[in-house]
Ligand binder design. Structure first.
Ligand code: BTN
Length: 262
């Protein structure tokens, strides 16, 4: 075996995987194991979730047929370096979906910071949850849901499934790709030290750079031109005479009649 293959095998072997049938939430299952002393690098997948969790306390519809997966990391990086991790995760999810999506499908892109879109419709969700364990470690769970067979319809944004774009893969097959892509993305991210390289990958598949966008912040909305991200993953919003506003967290909306690349 070449040095590269040995190195990659080792990187993959660092992760364990437990496949479950029905759970409340794979994120919750990871947190429970963290509290019980799990050393981390643990993936949990499930066929179905009865209490799937989305961002902002929203539920995440979780019928069998889609992928529900969570990765538990323990003390993954100094706290100040964690902000860039969601973008590294999005790069991994983008890579995994890219392997199975037929070539004629609409563009596969990432909407800042970490929604993976097909033809500008959301096809996956990423939810990071963190807590301090009773023995004083920082547990971080990366929850990833990918719409394979089904897509939610009652959402404030357009949604897509892989099946409707001709991907016939099973959740298990897709997970194999995600497992490998996450190991690669985490190695590149390198506990935050590789943030610059991750952002280069992210920019290549970014959705909407150069377009007019609105960003919903907790207390207000601001609009401008999405001029890119900096080397830490902060969104840069060009507000004309007001200058460039850096945005660390918020929800991005494209102009309704902005370019569609389908
Ligand atoms: C979002 O709202 O965009 C994030 C959705 C995250 C859903 C995934 S499914 C697997 C994992 N377990 C959960 O309860 N949530 C995440």
């Amino acid at each position: 075996m070449s040095d590269y293959s040995t190195h990659r095998r080792k990187a993959l072997d660092a992760f364990r995987h437990i496949a479950l049938d029905e759970v409340d939430s794979t994120n919750q299952q990871c947190l429970i194991r963290a509290r019980d002393g799990d050393p981390g690098n643990l993936w949990i997948t499930a066929n179905r979730q009865t209490g799937g969790r989305g961002r902002r306390g929203r539920p995440w519809a979780s019928e069998p047929g889609n992928l529900y997966s969570s990765l538990l990391l323990i003390d993954p990086a100094p706290l100040a370096d964690l902000a860039s991790l969601p973008l590294a995760v999005a790069v991994a999810v983008h890579d995994a979906i890219g392997v199975v999506l037929p070539s004629g499908a609409p563009p596969l892109e990432i909407k800042w910071p970490n929604d993976v879109l097909i033809g500008r419709a959301k096809t996956s969700g990423i939810l990071l949850e963190a807590e301090r364990t009773p023995d004083g470690r920082n547990a971080l769970v990366i929850g990833i849901g990918i719409n394979l067979l089904f897509k939610p319809t009652e959402t404030p944004y357009p949604t897509a499934s892989l099946a409707e774009h001709g991907a016939t893969v099973t959740p298990d097959e897709l997970f194999t790709h995600l497992f490998a892509a996450m190991a690669d993305a985490l190695a590149l991210w390198d506990r935050g030290r590789g943030v610059k390289a991750v952002m280069q990958r992210w920019r290549h598949v970014a959705c909407g750079i150069g377009e007019k966008i609105t960003v919903n912040l907790p207390d207000r909305s601001i609009s401008g031109v999405f001029s890119g991200i900096d080397d830490k993953g902060i969104l840069l919003l060009d507000r004309g005479s007001l200058g460039i506003t850096p945005v660390a967290a918020g929800d991005v909306f494209f102009e309704p009649n902005g370019p569609r690349k389908e």
